[in-house]
Design a protein. Structure first.
Length: 86
């Protein structure tokens, strides 16, 4: 994880080409992202486009996530909800 906003439970990870081409790095990042979701964090993955020509849209998204995260749980669905996968 490259940057974290602890109060809002938002983590940002910059995905360089290494994340795509190195299997070990890919697996480590995937596992870390899953662990963050398990404890009600959002993991925002950013690429060169996000911090380049798409930076305005990326910043707007981050602002929305930070505001939501600071004001309560990310997942507002009922905890009694059963998910059917498959």
């Amino acid at each position: 994880m490259d940057l974290a906003y602890v109060e809002a439970r938002v983590a940002i990870e910059y995905e360089s080409d290494l994340h795509r081409t190195d299997p070990s790095t890919f697996r480590k990042d995937l596992t870390r992202g899953e662990h963050l979701k398990d404890v009600d964090w959002w993991l925002v993955r950013a690429t060169a486009v996000d911090v380049g020509r798409g930076v305005e849209r990326f910043v707007q998204r981050l602002r929305r996530l930070l505001q939501t995260g600071i004001h309560g749980p990310h997942d507002r669905r009922s905890r009694d909800m059963t998910v059917n996968i498959g």
